[in-house]
Design a protein. Structure first.
Length: 174
């Protein structure tokens, strides 16, 4: 596995290093040792699958309130998504900045999102499946969301006219 740093401290794109032969390939998608070497979680309390039927589906921006810990490891197991992280950490030099990575089944890459960040994604294809691990179980009391098009953040989503749930349409600005 290759850990690729991003402009946001502690946010990593993770690329597999496949071993290829005539049958196909084998690649690690998670290994506790290399994660621990970087101070990242090695245990995941909850795994989630998000099936998205339509291109342009946008989910987010979701996070947890300060004082709660929730890191995520996100991958796209079918199709492709544009995955976004917004840094909300008060002690971060990149506070309120965002970074996006295309995650796809074809590439097999993943995105590690540390605690203190918002997360959202937009599907780039029909029938996109997103698999993500969370370091803590979902706690509705800790959860909060922000508008995907908050002008304070200025996220340049790739597809106009996103497919949104009523809930995601109603989130407030930060």
């Amino acid at each position: 596995m290759k850990f690729i740093g991003t402009p946001l401290p502690g946010v990593f794109e993770i690329e597999p290093e496949p071993i290829v032969d005539e049958r196909g390939f084998f690649a690690r998608t998670f290994d506790a040792g290399p994660f621990a070497e970087r101070g990242l979680p090695g245990r995941w309390a909850q795994h989630n699958l998000s099936r998205n039927l339509r291109r342009g589906t946008l989910r987010g921006l979701h996070g947890v309130k300060p004082g709660f810990e929730e890191a995520k490891l996100v991958s796209c197991t079918r199709g492709a998504i544009w995955d976004v992280v917004v840094d909300l950490r008060s002690d971060s030099p990149t506070q309120l900045q965002w970074h996006a990575v295309v995650l796809s089944a074809a590439r097999g890459n993943a995105l590690f999102i540390p605690t203190g960040c918002l997360h959202g994604f937009q599907t780039l294809e029909d029938d996109a499946d997103v698999f993500y691990c969370m370091s803590a179980p979902f706690d509705p009391e800790a959860a909060f969301s922000a508008r995907f098009d908050d002008p304070k953040l200025g996220i340049a989503w790739p597809l106009l006219e996103p497919v949104l749930s009523p809930r995601d349409q109603s989130h407030p600005n930060l």
